[in-house]
Design a protein around this ligand. Structure first.
Ligand code: APR
Ligand code: PHB
Length: 389
């Protein structure tokens, strides 16, 4: 088998890269070790920045997003006694969209299987080889158990945090990893109940952070800060709703409850791996970086990475010019660090540790963001997404 770009991983990064390349006449093959149904059922975050919406729309994937997605004009920041709306169009002229990553992936897969480049599910033993040469290869076993070799001009490692590509980059030496594990986790639920709010609520509370998000006019997504050692079995639906009601409490407002259809506990960490390239192997998305979910940046960073990478690969493969691939890692990492800072900052401002000094600093920062237009604009610009260039 031969292709121009061998893509490892069919998450949002790999699938969108394949589509961006196809629209520029560059062929690719996407190799995914999970099944289609597994990939389409994974529940992930749900906020799209303006540039992500624009990118998906430009590649012809905006129909369902514009029909079923919910455009949001701000968020509420809450601390005891106060719920303050940050108006994004007023502050920075941009909006965000609520549309689940699960739905983005379904749209990308449907488009790919409808006449797009090959997408192979259920492969195994995926191994990038010869990445320091101009003819790298991917060895893998196909779904029927046959060994295969995919010869490429370039390999994209879009295989998420646990995929094999990042280790291949680091084998060359000289790479660096930064990591921060936070001392809290999120307990997330999906519930069949209309959201009790028009915009997302990010709530600071002495008992811990809570977030009220949504997926549709009839489905709510809610999160509670919990200790990372907590077991989901110890959290009955009633206990979850009680804690949510306590943390979101505000005079004259009530949290509506409903059947919980999914619940899980998610760890929180920041992780950055540099460089995002070794020879003809390029990393993008979660393969190179993880952000805590508080800033809603994970999916948007993956979109930004592959937007840069696609442009760089088109230049390399069509014009034989390597300037953009040579600059790819530094350019992508500049945005990664901006989003890493923003996600860390949001996380640090909103999650309680039990330390009373920290709590006063957090409340002071929240009052500042809710009273100073400059401080609010800084949050709004980062939340809605800085321009890619
Ligand atoms: N071989 C083939 N595919 C693999 C392998 C492997 N050895 N290891 C992992 N994969 C696949 C995973 O099954 C997954 O489908 O790579 C894909 C990576 O997708 P994601 O984890 O969704 O990562 P990415 O596409 O970078 O998207 C980033 O996903 O995790 C969220 O918060 C994150 O929203 C962000 C987004
Ligand atoms: C979500 O809806 O899953 C969501 C929204 C905002 C965040 C994180 C997650 O900051």
């Amino acid at each position: 088998m031969r292709t121009q770009v061998g893509i490892i991983g069919a998450g949002p990064a790999g699938l969108l890269l394949s589509r961006l390349l196809a629209l520029q006449g560059i062929d690719s093959v996407v190799l995914e070790n999970r099944s289609r149904s597994y990939v389409e059922a994974r529940i992930r975050a749900g906020i799209l920045e303006q540039h992500s919406v624009d990118t998906l729309t430009e590649v012809g994937l905006g129909h369902r997003l514009h029909r079923e997605g919910l455009e949001h004009h701000g968020i509420y920041l809450q601390y005891p006694g106060t719920r303050h709306k940050l108006d994004f169009p007023d502050l920075c002229g941009r909006t965000v969209w609520v549309y689940g990553q699960t739905e983005v992936v379904k749209d990308l897969i449907a488009a790919q299987l409808d006449g797009g480049p090959p997408l192979l599910f259920d492969v195994s033993d995926v191994t990038p080889e010869d990445v320091d040469t101009d003819s790298p290869r991917i060895r893998f076993t196909d779904a029927d158990g046959n060994p295969q070799l995919l010869e490429c001009d370039v390999i994209a490692g879009t295989d998420g945090f646990h995929g094999p590509s990042r280790a291949v980059v680091h084998e060359a030496g000289g790479g660096k990893v930064w990591e921060r594990t936070y001392p809290y986790a999120w307990l997330g639920i999906l519930a069949d109940v209309a959201p009790s709010t028009d915009e997302l609520i990010y709530a600071w509370h002495p008992e811990g952070f809570a977030l009220h998000s949504m997926r549709s006019p009839t489905v709510s997504r809610l999160y509670l800060q919990v200790d990372p050692s907590e077991k989901i079995e110890d959290w009955s639906d009633d206990r979850i709703w009680d804690d949510l009601a306590t943390r979101f409490a505000l005079d004259g407002w009530e949290l509506q409850t409903g059947p919980v259809t999914e619940k899980s506990i998610l760890p929180m960490r920041s992780f950055v791996s540099s460089p995002m390239r070794r020879g003809r192997l390029f990393l993008a998305g979660d393969a190179a970086h993880i952000v805590p979910p508080t800033g809603a940046k994970g999916l948007n960073l993956a979109v930004a990475d592959v937007t840069l990478l696609a442009t760089a690969l088109v230049r390399l493969l069509k014009e034989g010019r390597s300037d953009l691939v040579d600059g790819y890692s530094d350019r992508a990492l500049a945005r990664v660090w901006r989003c890493t800072h923003f996600s860390w900052w949001m996380t640090s401002m909103l999650h309680t540790s039990g330390d009373e000094f920290d709590a006063e600093l957090q409340l002071s920062q929240l009052r500042r963001v809710c009273s100073s237009e400059a401080a609010a604009r800084e949050l709004a610009e980062n939340y809605t997404g800085l321009p890619i260039d």
